[in-house]
Design a protein around this ligand. Structure first.
Ligand code: SF4
Ligand code: SF4
Length: 93
């Protein structure tokens, strides 16, 4: 069980789609639908969002580390997170 609740509120605060790792994967994989939705802030596919990785687990698309900006995110601060790269490592216990 991770520390972060998988909620719309948290998803709205997530800044993953602004980070270089996310952007690089998005460009490389020719815009997978899930990532396009996140970048457009369309949260209709909440079951398995391609974002809020600290709450929902690893990414299905991201496969190269290019920098992580989690420590600037409100969700990171509010939940006392300490790591980063949740898109690779999965949720923080
Ligand atoms: S801490 Fe990182 S993974 Fe979690 S919501 Fe913020 S930017 Fe997204
Ligand atoms: S978890 Fe970190 S590295 Fe991964 S997409 Fe979010 S901000 Fe970028």
């Amino acid at each position: 069980m991770g520390k972060v609740e998988k909620s719309i509120e948290n998803l709205q605060k997530c800044i993953c789609m602004k980070c270089p790792t996310y952007r690089s994967a998005y460009e490389k994989k020719s815009m997978p639908d899930d990532m396009t939705k996140m970048i457009k802030r369309d949260f209709s596919n909440m079951d398995d969002p391609e974002g809020l990785f600290c709450g929902s687990g690893k990414s299905r698309f991201i496969d190269e580390k290019k920098g992580c900006i989690c420590d600037s995110c409100p969700v990171y601060k509010e939940n006392g997170l300490t790591k980063g790269y949740y898109c690779f490592e999965g949720v923080e216990e």
